[in-house]
Ligand binder design. Structure first.
Ligand code: ATP
Length: 297
């Protein structure tokens, strides 16, 4: 099967800045894939190249087998991009905008049922006749998600779709996107909410300073951080002998890394011996954030 996305040795320079330094990445059809990385890692730059919004300095990109530069129209038709920024045409209402978008990619009236389904599934029914410029920020984002889906593209790219979005929309949106994925659409997601990537995506690429520093299944990445975490709220100072275990310190709470559960007993004994009372304690599994901190920070 042709891969949904095939990226070969992509470099992108903005003057002196080497924003992408030789990216190689293949995403198979039907994957739910996450592209993660700190601010400025190059995620949006890569997405803009995929969407043909800018050109690579060198290298090759294909969407569903179509070369983004040599076969722009075909590659673009295969892709639906939800942009990070709220850019929209202020003259249309929601339904008109979705129909117009589908029409732009060659879909006529036969696509109207799909447009209605998008409106319904994204909770936009009440706003279908509202002008885009009158929508609240959250509603605009829903409409822009709809816009990316209007031509029912096989590959859907969501660039931080849940930034500034309320819990209800997150749930509605993920339900809809999950369904599209189950129906065979390839989903590529960038997000700063790591728990979203952890629960939704089966494979993850982590980027740092224009390079992919980890590319693996979500489970394998989680397995890279062995042991558990112990969150403690102490009445006194953490004894010096426990300092090497400290991973995080926030709001008067400390998170220690445990190689195994047996270590818990000796930590508590050390605290007792030092006369430091435990006010609160919680044992937590390592999560994607731990992997992220380890690989990317
Ligand atoms: N048009 C541009 N001109 C010059 N520099 C740019 C341009 N677009 C992006 N950059 C730079 O390229 C680097 C990568 O930016 P990019 O927006 O791709 O990061 P990102 O991983 O998407 O970050 P974020 O999580 O903040 O969205 C940054 O240093 C950014 O300042």
């Amino acid at each position: 099967m042709i891969p949904a996305i095939n990226i070969q040795q992509i470099h992108k320079r903005f003057g002196e800045l080497h924003a992408l330094k030789g990216i190689d990445l293949t995403i198979e059809q039907g994957e739910f894939f996450a592209l993660l990385g700190p601010n400025g890692a190059g995620k949006s730059t890569l997405i803009n190249l995929l969407a043909g919004l800018s050109r690579p300095t060198s290298g090759r990109l294909q969407v569903m087998g179509f070369d983004v530069n040599a076969q722009y129209a075909e590659a673009r038709r295969a892709l639906g991009v939800v942009p990070q920024e709220l850019v929209f045409d202020p003259f249309f209402n929601v339904r008109e905008m979705l129909r117009f978008q589908a029409g732009y990619f060659g879909h006529g009236r036969s696509n109207d049922a799909w447009v209605d389904e998008i409106i319904e599934s994204l909770g936009l029914a009440d706003k279908a006749h509202t002008n885009m410029r009158r929508l609240s920020g959250g509603m605009k984002r829903r409409a822009l998600i709809g816009q990316a889906l209007a031509h029912k593209p096989p590959v859907i790219v969501l660039d931080e779709p849940t930034a500034g979005v309320d819990v209800e929309l997150r749930q509605t949106m993920w339900e809809f996107i999950r369904r599209l994925n189950q129906e065979g659409h390839t989903i590529i997601l960038t997000t700063h909410y790591l728990e979203e990537a952890e629960t939704l995506c089966s494979r993850i690429a982590m980027m740092k300073q224009g390079q992919i520093v980890a590319l693996d299944s979500t489970q394998n990445l989680l397995n890279r951080v062995p042991g558990k975490r112990l969150r403690l709220k102490l009445a006194g100072m953490l004894p010096d002998v426990l300092r090497p275990l400290l991973r995080e310190e926030q709001d008067g709470q400390q998170v220690l890394a445990l190689a195994d559960i047996a270590q818990l007993e000796s930590i508590l004994a050390t605290l007792r011996a030092a006369n430091v009372a435990v006010e609160d304690m919680q044992l937590i599994e390592a999560d994607l954030e731990d992997v992220f901190v380890e690989l990317v920070s």
